[in-house]
Design a protein around this ligand. Structure first.
Ligand SMILES: Cc1ncc(C[n+]2csc(CCOP(=O)(O)OP(=O)(O)O)c2C)c(N)n1
Ligand SMILES: [Mg+2]
Length: 313
């Protein structure tokens, strides 16, 4: 049996043009570490990304890859998974890509509970276009290329994801590669829509939320500005998905934790997980032929499609 090493998930002969010191490198390493941990063969992985610095990630992972349009990683991931449910589908992109222009797709991706993983490189800005405010920038923050401080309230990725129906919702900090890799691995293993929002440092344009700021190196007590939920006894996992009261209670707990954070205490870790029926299970019931093989492996020209259509009626 082949054992895959981290280097097996690194694309060869591709020039990486991220800036030196970019937090994106750490997230790329975390994705590769997670795949190594799970030992998923590169040819069984499909990475799809949007537009932005983060959007280049699909070029750098050795797997199937698709660099799509701005904000459209989720609909492409949906198509990939429906056509070939045997693939591990990972969508990736920036905060502008996912929560701005792709906001509607983000919501639809959650409510369908399709079995895919969405990794958001969240740096509060549109980095590729030189640092304009994104939907996650805090009101009052002004990065070096913004003429004025942000005037709008930020969206909250965790509460938005939970309200949209994602059944695995986690947050991490880019430069903690091991912690991020563990969360990504759990997200991939989760059957259903999974999102990992990653607070990402951008040394070129975000001079407010820097490594120094996140890690509290500017503080007298040198304490990081984030804390790990699991280290404080937080448990976001639904034990009985059929128990509606438990599901609501876990969602409320996650929402409250996501909404009540203070600037100096940002929670990271697994906020919510509910392994319930996902779209793949639902379709397999409707179309038993999918159990034999995914759509891409079926010879639809030779096949009588009427029973399939009957199943869908
Ligand atoms: C339809 C469309 N609108 C605008 C742009 C210009 N554009 C390119 S990248 C980008 C924002 C990227 O920001 P984000 O998604 O946060 O990714 P980052 O670069 O920060 O990783 C924009 C607005 C585009 N390429 N396509
Ligand atoms: Mg961004």
């Amino acid at each position: 049996m082949t054992t895959y090493k981290s280097k097996d998930y690194k694309a060869q002969n591709i020039n990486n043009d991220w800036c030196p010191g970019c937090g994106d490198y750490a997230i790329l390493s975390a994705i590769q570490l997670a795949l190594t941990k799970l030992q998923i063969a590169p040819h069984n992985v499909a990475m799809v990304s949007g537009i932005g610095c983060s959007g280049k990630v699909s070029h750098y992972v050795h797997s199937y890859g698709f660099h799509t349009l701005h904000g459209r990683a989720v609909p492409h991931a949906t198509g990939m998974k429906l056509a070939n449910h045997e693939l591990t589908v990972i969508a990736a992109g920036g905060d502008g890509d996912g929560y701005g222009i792709g906001g509607g797709h983000f919501v639809a991706g959650g409510r369908r509970n399709l079995d895919f993983t969405y990794i958001v490189f969240n740096n509060d800005i549109y980095a590729l276009t030189k640092g304009q405010a994104s939907p996650t920038i805090e009101k009052g923050n002004k990065t070096k290329t913004m003429p004025e401080a942000a005037i709008f309230e930020p969206i909250n990725p965790v509460s938005l994801a939970i309200s949209s129906g994602y059944t695995f919702v986690a947050r991490s900090y880019s430069l903690d590669v091991k912690y991020t890799a563990d969360l990504i691995a759990k997200a991939i293993q989760h059957k259903g829509s999974a999102i990992v929002d990653i607070m990402q440092t951008c040394p070129a344009f975000n001079d407010v939320h820097t490594k120094t700021w996140y890690e509290g190196l500017d503080r007298e007590d040198k304490q990081p500005r984030f804390y790990k939920l699991d280290e404080e006894g937080f448990d976001g996992v639904v034990k009985n998905p059929k128990d509606e009261q438990e599901v609501v209670a876990k969602k409320m707990q996650a929402l409250q934790t996501a909404m009540s954070f203070q600037k100096d205490r940002l929670p990271i870790g697994l906020f919510y997980q509910n392994e319930t029926e996902c779209l793949d299970d639902h379709l397999a019931k409707k179309m038993p032929s999918l159990k034999e093989a995914p759509i891409v492996k079926q010879d639809i020209y030779k096949r009588d499609l009427n029973p399939l259509f009957d199943e869908l009626r």
